[in-house]
Design a protein around this ligand. Structure first.
Ligand code: HEM
Length: 345
């Protein structure tokens, strides 16, 4: 049977290149190889999000009248609905955390250096997409918290010169957050962002196959290699299983809750704050004048995106301690602003 199936393909396509790749692909083994698992884990988690998202979309209704009750229906009446929704909720949190770890680990290993510059650029765009998924998904249950937090979120760009108001109008789709905002967030969450994510992630993963894993300068000459098929893939699968087990543990101990349907006429409750991964942005906006804060964040993202082209020493295979310090400063800033926001709100 196996031979008949492979014979079927063999007669139609030349599989020699694929065979050679499968036979020869290997992953470098050294002191920091542990970090190589996070890209694969992100890929696994995004797949979980797509599958659970499709299942949720079968019952979800994107209108102010029905959004909240359709989510309640999923939680209370659909078989395993609470489980699917909770996996989607916790999976999003895990995905953001894993993508941040993957980003900073590749940063500190200087994996963005030549020839992987475009992998880095694609990576930063993917991170923005992942955050875009969380932002657009947040409004969908149409609860008091999700409504008023989104209101703050969509209004934030409006203080920016030139494009600011345009971005707010584009997200909001009318005066204030309302039915058209919900339609737009839903469309972005289930159509626009997934299409972009599939294209960008496919390119990112394709490039990772073309270039293979990079080896940090400090580990040059000290590496062994593990065959990808089946050895590394089996370890990858074990990491996915472990990640999924932790995800399921969180889901069963802390299933996703659902707040009350919003009444937009009532004033916003006190103490509205975003999810943990936006807290550093929130705190930056609280501490500095809005235009300066938004300008600095935008500039920061642009510099971060262009790091492989600015850090020429790394691309010439030389150590670049300044960029290690710069990355450490960014990381410390994000962590400390997040902690301050937690402690003071
Ligand atoms: C959903 C999001 C993402 C997925 C699914 C993903 C997937 C992957 C995979 C499968 C690899 C190869 C294995 C590895 O080295 O870990 C990889 C490598 C890489 N990724 Fe990502 N990635 C994502 C986000 C990002 C982000 C946000 C960045 C940085 C801004 C980034 C930068 C890189 C770089 C530079 C490499 C090369 C690592 C090396 O060769 O050592 N990725 N990614």
């Amino acid at each position: 049977m196996k031979q008949r199936i492979s014979g079927f393909f063999e007669e139609r396509i030349d599989l020699t290149v694929l065979r050679k790749w499968v036979k020869e692909k290997s992953v470098p083994q050294h002191k920091h190889s542990f970090w190589y698992y996070f890209g694969g884990l992100a890929l696994f988690l995004i797949t979980v999000q797509i599958i659970t998202g499709i299942l949720l979309a079968l019952y979800y209704s994107p209108t102010p009248a029905n959004a909240n009750s359709s989510v309640r229906y999923i939680m209370e009446n659909v078989k395993y609905g609470w489980l699917i929704r909770s996996i989607h909720f916790w999976g999003a949190n895990f995905l953001v955390a894993v993508v941040f770890i993957h980003m900073f680990s590749t940063y500190f290993m200087k994996a963005y250096r030549k020839p992987r510059e475009m992998m880095w650029v694609l990576g930063v765009l993917i991170l923005l997409l992942v955050l875009g998924f969380t932002f657009t998904g947040y409004l969908l249950p149409w609860t008091t918290l999700s409504y008023f937090a989104t209101k703050v979120g969509v209004n934030t760009p409006s203080v920016m010169p030139f494009f600011g108001k345009f971005i707010t109008d584009l997200l909001q789709g009318g005066r204030g957050v309302g039915a058209s905002t919900l339609t737009r967030m839903f469309t972005m969450h289930v159509v626009v962002l997934p299409l972009l994510a599939i294209v960008l992630i496919s390119l990112h993963v394709l490039l990772s196959q073309v270039f293979g894993s990079s080896v940090p300068l400090s580990q040059r000459g000290r590496t062994g290699a593990t065959r990808f098929f089946p050895d590394f893939l089996m370890r990858d699968a074990a990491v996915w299983a472990g990640g999924f087990a932790i995800l399921l543990a969180m889901v069963t101990v802390f299933p996703a809750s659902l707040g009350q349907k919003v009444n937009p006429i009532l004033p916003a409750p006190l103490g509205i704050k975003p999810e943990w991964y936006f807290l550093f942005v929130f705190e930056t906006l609280r501490r500095f004048p809005e235009t300066i804060a938004i300008g600095a964040i935008t500039l920061g993202i642009i510099i971060w995106l262009l790091v492989p082209f600015i850090d020429r020493r790394a691309s010439r295979e030389q150590k670049s301690p300044f960029f290690t310090l710069f990355g450490a400063a960014v990381l410390i800033y994000i962590i400390s602003m997040t902690l301050i926001a937690y402690a003071t709100t």
